[in-house]
Design a protein around this ligand. Structure first.
Ligand code: PPE
Length: 304
């Protein structure tokens, strides 16, 4: 079991036992919660949260899309992230804020249901495996589509949306793959169960446009880093077979960080191992999050 020393709950740091929630919690029945996934890395100046403000802004936006607003400011929630990391003595790992509808009436009508906010953090290694980060993973185009944009809100990290991702992931794992790539409602490449996707062809990076995807914070960071490295990036509609004939493919997300893809649907991608652009960008990414690149220190929120 993941060890949690303290959980931040509605403004207080409490024990895991004290953070227990009721069986009739609305979110448990209807998926009425929004969440974030944030990483904290060890740097020469102590633990630092990567893009804390951006993650909290997305958290607030998710709740706003849901039609509610939280009684906390961005600054208060960034401080709450830091307090949680400190209280757990976490050096590097994952931080999970969750705003969930709790009690106030069963049934779908959310009008009187109160929202609670919790933040937990724990040590979390490579999400798709250390071997995957180094040598690449195997993916399958999922039989599950990314929900249509007017049913699964694409810009809200709403818990209820994630049953689809869970089914896609489960199917991919049962079929012997590491991750699922989902197509959108029109059959174009969208994103993975919990990552955005990029391909490289003739030294140019391509990634699907924002409309049908979660606007990944790692995706945005990599676009900026690539531009700074003079690698051209195009946000373009991508087909399944464009992935097959790409020189390189990689996934990115907070949990997955930057993970190369070596095979899709039993087809080798490029040389079947991480390509030169992926490797170059990946090295830069890990240097940035670990506070080794002065230019990007503005992306780090030091905990101490
Ligand atoms: N798409 C989806 C569907 C998604 O869930 C994530 C994050 C991303 C793209 C990448 O977004 P960003 O983290 O801002 O770069 N997925 C989170 C969930 C992982 C989990 O298992 O839970 C994450 O990476 O934290």
């Amino acid at each position: 079991m993941i060890e949690l020393k303290k959980i931040w709950m509605d403004g207080k740091l409490v024990t895991r036992e004290e953070a227990k929630v009721d069986f009739l919690t609305h979110a448990l029945h209807y998926g009425t919660a929004v969440f974030e996934g944030i990483r904290c890395y060890e740097t020469p100046k102590g633990p630092a949260i990567f893009k804390a403000k951006e993650h909290i802004d997305r958290f607030l936006h998710s709740e706003h899309i849901f039609g509610r607003d939280l009684n906390y400011t961005r600054e208060q929630l960034v401080k709450a992230l830091k307090d949680t990391v400190k209280a757990n003595g976490l050096k590097s790992g994952y931080i999970r804020p969750l705003a969930f509808m709790e009690l106030g009436g069963m049934g779908l009508n959310p009008t009187n249901v109160r929202i609670r906010i919790g933040i937990a953090c724990w040590t979390w290694g490579a999400y798709l495996g250390a071997e995957g980060i180094k040598n690449g993973i195997r993916c399958k185009i999922s039989s599950f589509q990314r929900p249509f944009v007017n049913s699964g809100m694409t810009k809200a990290k709403m818990s209820g949306n994630y049953y689809n991702s869970v089914m896609a992931k489960d199917e991919a794992i049962k079929l012997g793959f590491d991750e699922a790539i989902m197509l959108d409602h029109d059959g174009f490449v969208s994103e993975c169960s919990g990552e955005n996707i990029f391909l490289v062809r003739d030294s140019i990076l391509y990634t699907p446009p924002k409309a049908t995807i979660l606007e990944g914070i790692t995706r945005q960071s990599l676009i900026e880093v690539a531009n700074d490295m003079k690698i051209e990036v195009r946000e373009e509609i991508i087909t399944r077979d464009q992935l097959y004939v790409a020189d390189e493919v990689f996934l990115c997300g907070t949990a997955a960080e930057m993970t190369p893809v070596r095979e899709i649907d039993f087809r080798k991608i490029g040389a079947g191992k991480p390509g030169p652009i992926t490797k170059k960008l990946q090295k830069k990414f890990f240097d940035i999050v670990r506070g080794k690149v002065p230019k990007y220190k503005k992306w780090l929120e030091y905990v101490k």
